[in-house]
Design a protein around this ligand. Structure first.
Ligand code: FDA
Length: 301
């Protein structure tokens, strides 16, 4: 990232909330479940599936983690009663991973059991490196009793190729993404091309082991590499899907859908949109630059 971009991105927390809110409208499907359901209906009409993410992370109090689990169970009920094509994605720290791993496992099990009752599916998002072991342990425990739960592996983590050997196999379900948290070089690959290399190596290993893969990227190089791998390994459409974030590169989304590939869009919603939107801006200095310019113009600087 260029110096100016880095400076702009670093200044994002100083930007007024309402301005971030305007940008958030592109990445977040509103504050309410009803608005999220409207967005999902539009995506479904375009041929895309969805995964709903109730915004919020790192809960430090048991009651809050329990009520987040209850809210997610209501989301599953609403998905079923509205007949939309969506599963759910959840951040383990929102369901108490940083409070107590067993407690978090119980909350996630409540959610996965409720999803099973609706023939639906729960994806455990992967957070920073302090969460990797706990999230994978919870995933492994649940996989012994449920088939409707999946996890995420991050291509920037050097451990990922080893983790694949442990999570992969028939019936398992992994989303592969680059990884969004800032990790030290001691645990993570840092080079842009290096991470791409590891993404494709990890994807090939997952596909060869028979794992269902959610190929989560907006990087055209990786989308192209993935399409080539799927073709080379003759992977049927029932064994993979592409995944993209709401508001990012609608053109690539259409290209993949028109190419006949299954595709799921990650749809975040809820009142805690601020931290999520800041992360999105950090990933896209171009939009961050527009936001900063709008703020400067408004202040007459
Ligand atoms: P890259 O960052 O190179 O982006 C390619 C192009 O897309 C660039 O032009 C870029 O500007 C644009 N772009 C990418 N992200 C953008 C954004 N947010 N806003 C605007 N433009 C953007 N990470 C994680 O650590 N744990 C997780 O559980 C998940 N879950 C997840 C689900 C889904 C469905 C997706 C698509 C991504 C994630 N991620 C994630 C985030 C992921 O790790 C990664 O940070 C982003 O996808 C960006 O990486 P790309 O592969 O898209 O490439």
């Amino acid at each position: 990232m260029r110096f100016l971009d880095r400076a702009i991105v670093a200044s994002m927390p100083l930007v007024p909330r309402f301005l971030i809110g305007r940008v958030a409208a592109r990445y977040v499907a509103g504050e309410t479940l009803d608005s999220a359901l409207d967005t999902i209906r539009e995506l479904n009409a375009d041929g895309a599936r969805a995964t709903l993410d109730l915004l919020g992370e790192e809960v430090t109090d048991r009651a809050k983690a329990e009520s987040a689990t209850d809210e997610y169970i209501r989301v599953l009920e609403a998905i079923a009663s509205n007949g939309v094509d969506s599963n759910v994605s959840v951040k383990p720290t929102m369901l108490g991973l940083k409070i107590d791993e067993d407690f978090c496992g119980e909350q996630i099990e409540r959610l996965v059991a409720a999803a099973a009752g609706h023939q639906n599916f729960v994806r455990l998002d992967m957070e920073d490196r302090t969460c990797t072991d706990g999230t994978l342990r919870i995933y492994h425990q649940l996989r012994q009793r449920y088939s409707n739960v999946g996890v995420v592996l991050q291509a920037y983590m050097r451990r990922t190729l080893d983790d694949i050997a442990a999570v992969a196999g028939k019936g398992s379900n992994v989303r592969l993404c680059k990884g969004i948290y800032v990790e030290p070089r001691s645990v993570a690959w840092k080079g842009y091309e290096t991470i791409r290399l590891n993404f494709l190596a990890a994807l090939e290993k997952l596909l060869r082991q028979g794992t269902y893969v959610g190929i989560a990227t907006h990087d055209e190089y990786l989308a192209c590499g993935a399409v080539a791998l799927l073709d080379k390994l003759e992977v049927p459409r029932e064994r993979y899907e592409f995944q993209m974030l709401l508001g990012v590169d609608g053109e690539l989304r259409r290209i993949l859908l028109e190419g006949g590939h299954p595709l799921r869009v990650y749809v975040p919603y809820g009142r805690e949109w601020y931290a999520y939107s800041l992360r999105r801006l950090r990933e896209n200095p171009e939009i961050a630059r527009h936001v900063t310019m709008a703020m400067i113009r408004r202040r007459g600087l």
